[in-house]
Ligand binder design. Structure first.
Ligand code: ADP
Length: 321
């Protein structure tokens, strides 16, 4: 197994119209989503062997989501069904192409009810990497389940990857979010933030200074994604910027997940001693996957395949080796 992702698998309810706030949207269209699940699908489309661990409701949406993952060749042996809570819904408004607003129907939703005793330990220790986000840290028992999985994967020598993926609506306060997210940083090898998350965690929007601050808090690799500008990495020995590939962007949903899925397909193939050397090319590849995802609406439907990603890189003469 190349990598396992753990966290939320849910229904994204996309607005029928963009350029509107919630109060003006006339209808919502259900699409499969959830950042860690998207990352597993992104990896599978790019040729990696991936699995997803999480919980959905024992309802129509839950079965639909399991079927979607199976069709995408994501291993679902770690997926659990909850008899007492519904599959989580994320209602989305898109007042602009670069900005989504969310209301989560999750009081509680099945995703936050994953328990440590429901984890498939063999699956976790089999993987070269474990990827998590912060939604599963925002409530119990999914927080304990996440921390347990991280502990097992670390002990087995896996690379732990963490996308901060901050959703203010899900936390009691920004301070609570900061505390839970910060507590995990010493236990992960790679942390990925966007500019908003960088500022939340470091109180600066300066990429070089903020990433250095995050690095000092434990991770070996800090990645900052910069939307249409590209992405940046920092390790103890090096840092670098990879420019974005130019595309006609219509919806940024899932760009960060495509980016992480693509990055992990590259990093899980490298020897851990070569990670520094591999990062610049891995960022260029991940930028291409992120850019292609911006060209279509929705997350999973927009995730590119390996040949599509190589074609975009070739069209712009960008080398990845
Ligand atoms: P997140 O979804 O985590 O906020 P970003 O929006 O920064 O992440 O997107 C992740 C990556 O996807 C970026 O680093 C970039 O490479 C690519 N990307 C996103 N939006 C665009 C865009 N409009 N044009 C080109 N590439 C993009």
């Amino acid at each position: 197994m190349d990598f396992v992702t753990l966290g939320e698998l849910l229904i994204d309810m996309f607005p029928a119209e963009t350029g509107r706030h919630f109060s003006q949207v006339t209808a919502f269209l259900p699409k499969p989503g959830g950042a860690p699940a998207n990352v597993a699908v992104a990896g599978a489309r790019l040729g990696a062997q991936t699995a997803f661990i999480g919980k959905v409701g024992n309802d129509f949406f839950g079965e639909f989501l399991r079927d979607v993952l199976r069709q995408e060749n994501v291993d679902t042996r770690g997926l659990r069904f909850d008899d007492d809570a519904r599959t989580t819904l994320a209602m989305i408004a898109q007042p602009s192409a670069q900005h989504n607003e969310y209301i989560f129907y999750r009081n509680p939703g099945a995703d936050q009810r994953l328990r440590p005793d429901e984890l498939d330990r063999a699956l976790i220790t089999l993987a070269r990497a474990l990827h998590i986000g912060s939604l599963s840290l925002s409530a119990e028992p999914s927080r304990s389940a996440t921390l347990q999985a991280v502990q097992w994967a670390r002990a087995a020598g896996a690379l732990i990857s963490f996308d901060v993926n901050f959703r203010p609506a899900l936390w009691r306060s920004p301070d609570d979010a900061r505390a839970q997210i910060s507590a995990l940083l010493p236990h992960v090898a790679l942390v990925k933030v966007n500019e908003t998350e960088l500022e939340l965690l470091t109180a600066t929007n300066q990429v070089a200074a903020g990433s250095a601050q995050l690095l000092a808090r434990g991770p070996q690799i800090v990645i900052v994604t910069l939307g249409a500008q590209g992405s940046y990495f920092r390790t103890a020995r090096a840092d670098g910027f990879a420019p974005a590939l130019p595309v006609t962007a219509i919806d940024s949903t899932g760009c960060g997940d495509a980016f992480v899925g693509a990055l992990l397909t590259q990093l899980t193939r490298a020897d851990s001693r070569e990670l520094d050397a591999r990062l610049p090319a891995a960022l260029r590849f991940a930028n291409a996957a992120g850019a292609l995802t911006a060209t279509q609406r929705g997350a999973i439907p927009a995730l590119p395949t390996y040949p599509e990603t190589l074609a975009l890189l070739a069209a712009h003469n960008v080398a990845i080796s």
